[in-house]
Design a protein around this ligand. Structure first.
Ligand SMILES: C[S@@+](CC[C@H](N)C(=O)[O-])C[C@H]1O[C@@H](n2cnc3c(N)ncnc32)[C@H](O)[C@@H]1O
Length: 206
């Protein structure tokens, strides 16, 4: 049986070969959870994330990897440009595929983590995915427009994934709970070690 990771990779390859649209930003979700071993309620929550996200403005249905899928089309140019304006912004906004973000959260939970902390969280999709699985979520993002977008998605979906507007290079990590935590560092990969050191000192107190 194919793992969730393999199914998502095959879907991406098929999407690359078969999608004929010209949208700036795209996302793919399966229409039914069966082949993905995803619970109905989780798939519905992933749909809610994209349907309540102003980046996406159109949906088309297409078969990929023999699975009926919905392709969400949109444009994130303005958010991308906004995220470049901060002095300490190391990586501009470009989102992880939502299915990959969900997979990351599934695997984090399987490894025994209880809290997922996304550093440079963009529109909050990793923290959102963690929260719908029952993980404690923290979503740190430097750009206020993206945090505003996260808050709107959180309000509309009812998923409280804890958006925080802060520069992760100066954020006081001792404020967060000391549950077993996984850090996803997409925003500031260059300073991963510095953040790890601060967490070890201030949170784990080693
Ligand atoms: C490549 S995107 C990743 C978004 C999200 N983690 C995902 O995987 O979909 C990087 C994000 O990190 C944010 N970022 C960059 N530097 C940051 C900093 N110093 N503190 C907090 N966020 C930062 C950017 O604004 C951008 O939204």
């Amino acid at each position: 049986m194919e793992s969730l990771t393999e199914i998502i990779c095959n879907l991406k390859y098929d999407f690359r070969d078969l999608y004929k649209g010209n949208s700036h930003t795209t996302e793919v979700l399966p229409n039914s959870p069966s082949k993905f071993h995803i619970k109905d309620e989780h798939l519905l929550s992933l749909y809610a994330f994209l349907e309540n996200n102003p980046i996406y403005s159109n949906q088309i249905v297409q078969k990929l990897s023999d699975i009926d899928c919905t392709i969400f089309e949109g444009d994130l140019n303005n958010y991308w440009i906004d995220s470049l304006k901060h002095d300490s912004s190391y990586a501009p906004f470009y989102p992880t595929w939502l299915l990959s973000a969900f997979c990351l959260s599934v695997e984090s939970q399987k490894l025994g983590y209880e809290q997922i902390i996304d550093i440079g969280s963009g529109d909050g999709r990793i923290a959102y995915s963690g929260k719908i699985l029952g993980l404690n979520s923290i979503s740190i993002e430097i750009d206020e427009n993206l945090v505003d977008l996260q808050e709107k998605i959180s309000d509309k979906t009812g998923v409280k994934f804890n958006p925080i507007c802060s520069d992760a290079t100066t954020y006081d990590f001792s404020k967060i709970s000391d549950k077993p935590s996984i850090f996803i560092i997409g925003g500031v990969p260059e300073i991963g070690e510095v953040l790890a050191e601060s967490v070890i000192k201030n949170v784990l107190k080693i």
